[in-house]
Design a binder for this molecule. Sequence first.
Ligand code: NAD
Length: 495
Amino acid sequence: MSVSSAGNGARQQVFVLVGGTGDLAMRMLWPSLAMLDQDGFLSDDLRIISVAREDCGTEVCVDRIGAAVTKRIGDALEPETLARLRKRIVHVALDAAHDDWGAKLKAELGDIDRLDIVYFLSVSPSLFKPICEHIERAGLNKAPNRVIIEKPIGRDLATSKIINDSVAHAFDEARTFRIDHYLGKETVQNLIALRFGNIVFEPLWNAQSIDHIQITIAETVGVGERLGYYDEYGAIRDMLQNHLLQLLCLLAMEPPAALSSDALRDEKVKVLKSLKPITAENVLTNTARGQYGPGFADGHPVAGYEAEKGSPSNTETFVAIKAEIANWRWAGTPIYMRTGKCLPSRSTEIVVQFKPLPHSIFGPEAVANRLLIRLQPDEDISLTLMNKAPGLTAEGMHLQSLDLSLSLVKAFDSNGDKPPRRRIAYERLILDALNGNNAQFVRRDEVEAAWNWVDGIVKAWTDTHMKPQMYPAGTFGPVSGYRLIERDEGRTWND
Ligand code: NAD
């Protein structure tokens, strides 16, 4: 498939990648653009302008992009893809501190009234304001032009409002696309399909049938070169405020009236606003904070966070939270979330643990049903059901559990067919932004509701002087992380 936006009076699309030489661009954004190009999703006449501080020239820039794309995509990359991508790209050296930023970009763009410009600001959020001001002053912000911005959108509610206000000055909310790349993951989208494309789950999707839900995002790596940034944020702001809460919303929201962006996001906001506040009274039992100390993780010895920093730190590299949603559907069914660095395995998974049978005619052999949604390292969704163990025994019927895979990727594997290529989450999201579809992007009120809840937790930590507990690198967080869930009878993390 190949599409052209030129002709018929349609505007030509231009993707302006601000921060085109940065780490995120090289590892994720250029490879995503290359694969969209390879699969025929980019219009034939789409131009891409890389904007960055470095004055490396287009030739050197595209060479670096070519190397980065090749490294990321490997064998799936067809040689002609790179050749086609290179022709689309122009690199422009522009420093956001300079007043002529907008005028120079405008000169590069040409007749702006014939363009449909998508900006991706892959730069520090401190640059969002000056860059949006440059764009606005040069008249490059008019509809249908739109902007994609990346986390972190603030480090609390107050700072997120400042960032959102500065972007809102140039782009209205409908044209502001806040990326949370977890929303672009195939399995996360499958979660929506599973919940709202089947009748069998919905009647059970509530506190009557679900005992609890667990969401884990575990990383084996430490903070590495991001220490300067990370020390200001910690695990709660870096991972929980955005990725974990987005997953929680998709799991807990009411069925939306439509798959439209506002219908979906209205329901997510309701969930965020229904989260019970965590205060100084319950912060010790409902949260755990940890910081990795010396140990061995990701195949390497680790000196420990404070040793890496070279000074004491109150920043958590692990956080676990028991969240409760105050509404009819979820009252009494907690959602346990945890995330951390230097943990023993790299995994992202959601466990929906159903309640045990009200009365088992099979005795303790009947294990409660469980839906396991894995996002990393593999993507899969499986449902544990009880089943008769095949064969004949003198004692009668025995049960065994059967993990039923509900994911197409696994089905392809078992047929011996080639599974579809595992896409980079940014591919889906960049394609949606090019098409002007913001359903899988985060609306301002979502960001603010999430910060409002997280700010309360951070305040409770401060008020109670709750410091992070040390855990050896390579273990699953501090003891308090286990206690958080095991305090509730019969519940343990799915390690
Ligand atoms: P980076 O430091 O590697 O790259 C920053 C880019 O911004 C470079 O292209 C640089 O030229 C440009 N830049 C810096 N100062 C500039 C200025 N004054 N004027 C014009 N351009 C300037 O950063 P990164 O890791 O690519 O991150 C980009 C954004 O994405 C940040 O907000 C970061 O928090 C966010 N983010 C990054 C990752 C990641 O994996 N790297 C993940 C999630 C979010």
